[in-house]
Design a protein around this ligand. Structure first.
Ligand SMILES: [Zn+2]
Length: 256
C-alpha cells in the first residue's frame, strides 16, 4: 500500500497524463497518418493533397477545406507547404467550368490570354481577355471591377491562360511557367498566393508505333504527332509550386 505522501507525489503526473489524453489535437501537432483525424474533426480546417489523400485536420475556427499543393504525403513537406501558404481553398465546380471556358476562349482567340478572379466568398469575376503576351492592365482592372463592384467580393486568387492548342502538325505556342509579370510583387500585392496558370503539356507520339517518346532524338518530323493535354500550374511569387493535369484536378474536386 502507498503511503499518503507517495500518493500526493504521483498526483501531478496522473493529472498531466489524464489531461494529455483528453485535449484535442494541438494547433501545431503533426501526426503521421491523418485519414482518421480527417473524419473525426468537425471543428477543424481539413487538408488533402493533390492526389486526394486526406492528410491533416488542423483545429481552428475557419473550418475550411484546403488543398495542399503537393502530391507528397511526407510530413515535413506537407508542413512546409502549409506554412508557406502553398494551399488553395477547394474550388467550386463554377471555378472548374470557368477554367474550361477560359481555355476554349483562348483557343478561339489564337492564344490571347484569358483571365478571371476567384473571390474570398467563392464568387467569380467575368473572364477578361488580354493579349497573346500578357494580361494587360485593362483586362485585370475589368475583372477586378466586376468582382468587387458587381459581385461584392474581394480577390482570393487569379487564374489565367497561357497559349493555346495548335493544330497537330505545327509546333506549340505555349509555356506553362509563370512570366516575370505573373510573379511580380505588384501581382501579389496584399496576397501571398498561390495563383493559377492554365496551359498544355505536349505529348510527342511516334505515328508509326503510336508510342509516346521524348523529343531530342533523330526523328523525322513527319513521323511525329503532338497531343496537347490541359494542365493546371500553381505558382507563387517565388515561381511554380506544382503542376497537374487538369483532368486529375477535376477528379480531385469531384471527390468532395
Ligand atoms: Zn502569365
Amino acid at each position: 500500500m502507498l503511503r499518503p505522501i507517495a500518493c500526493l507525489s504521483i498526483l501531478p503526473m496522473l493529472l498531466s497524463l489524464l489531461s494529455y489524453s483528453c485535449v484535442p489535437l494541438k494547433e501545431n501537432a503533426w501526426a503521421n497518418h491523418f485519414d482518421s483525424l480527417y473524419k473525426e474533426k468537425k471543428d477543424s480546417t481539413l487538408y488533402t493533397n493533390l492526389t486526394g489523400k486526406k492528410i491533416y485536420a488542423l483545429k481552428d475556427s475557419n473550418h475550411r477545406k484546403m488543398i495542399v499543393l503537393t502530391t507528397s504525403l511526407k510530413d515535413t513537406i506537407i508542413r512546409e507547404s502549409i506554412l508557406a501558404n502553398e494551399v488553395l481553398d477547394y474550388p467550386s465546380w463554377i471555378v472548374i467550368d470557368s477554367m474550361e471556358l477560359s481555355l476554349k476562349k483562348a483557343e478561339k482567340a489564337k492564344g490571347k490570354e484569358q483571365f478571371f478572379i476567384v473571390g474570398k466568398k467563392r464568387r467569380i469575376s467575368l473572364i477578361c481577355e488580354g493579349t497573346r503576351e500578357e494580361i494587360d492592365r485593362a483586362a485585370s482592372e475589368r475583372a477586378k471591377y466586376d468582382l468587387n463592384n458587381m459581385k461584392r467580393d474581394s480577390t482570393a486568387y487569379h487564374i489565367h491562360t497561357h497559349g493555346y492548342r495548335e493544330s497537330s502538325d505545327s509546333l506549340p505556342y505555349f509555356t506553362f511557367t509563370p512570366s516575370s509579370t505573373d510573379t511580380s510583387s505588384q501581382n501579389f500585392k496584399e496576397r501571398i498566393g498561390p495563383d493559377v496558370i492554365l496551359s498544355y503539356r505536349v505529348d510527342t507520339i511516334d505515328i508509326d508505333t503510336g508510342n509516346r517518346f521524348k523529343l531530342g532524338g533523330e526523328k523525322d518530323p513527319k513521323n511525329i504527332r503532338y497531343t496537347y493535354v490541359p494542365v493546371i500550374v500553381f505558382y507563387a511569387q517565388k515561381g511554380p509550386i506544382a503542376t497537374q493535369d487538369l483532368s486529375d484536378f477535376k477528379k480531385l474536386i469531384k471527390k468532395e
